[in-house]
Ligand binder design. Sequence first.
Ligand SMILES: O=C1O[C@H](COP(=O)(O)O)[C@@H](O)[C@H](O)[C@H]1O
Length: 247
Amino acid sequence: MCAAVVSEDPAKTVKNLCRHIVQAIETLSPNREFITIGLSGGSLIKQLSDELPNHKQKLDAHIPKLRFLFCDERFVPLDHDDCTYYGFLKNNFFKNLNIPPENVFPIKADAENVGKCAADYESKMKNLLNSNKGFDILLLGIGPDGHTCSLFPGHKSFIDGSNSQSLVIPVCDSPKPPPQRVTLTLPYINNSSYLFFCAVGENKASMLKKILEDKDLSLPSANVRPASGEGVLKWFIDQAASKDLKI
Ligand SMILES: O=C1O[C@H](COP(=O)(O)O)[C@@H](O)[C@H](O)[C@H]1O
């Protein structure tokens, strides 16, 4: 049995994901000065930007506590379409939710090189978190090859990064363009409290079978699981993406 919430279509899947995000925030909020949320790139951010503002009424009271960080970013000029933060989130997601800019911590790809960019982001995270503790809520996607964040199957970022003490590492030769990226490492991802994956569409179906049923550990996304017994891992998928599963 996999911990998957299957919804009829992509819109209902993202609605369910957003309900769980709000519930997690409501659970954490009473005892927290702030709540950290890690955002992925790719299709998930567009889906979240469309749906999360519909939950604003419940979210509004908690907005001042939310701190948004990033799971990965492409090392491209800030005005490039591939740049997750400046390309889309800044003018859509954060604007629609009225998130104060000082509560958003983008990976700024304006350092002299990708290694420096990763090191700068790690120190920014450590300053904010005051520890190596993972994020409270991590919102993850998967690629059709089973990658998550910028951790790719068989790639150095995944293999070396899995034994790394670093929280953030550079990727210099990503198999998916653009080649230079910055990503959280797998051990750091697994230190998070709520790990929510979202995957919709038939092109993710065979990969979901490999991850959730075959437990194919050559796939980075199949290695994501909370290190702490209290952590939560949930998959939000639609019927098309679940078509090869036995559930
Ligand atoms: O390149 C990336 O791809 C994955 C998956 O994106 P999708 O568009 O296939 O949903 C994403 O989770 C990751 O953050 C991003 O850098």
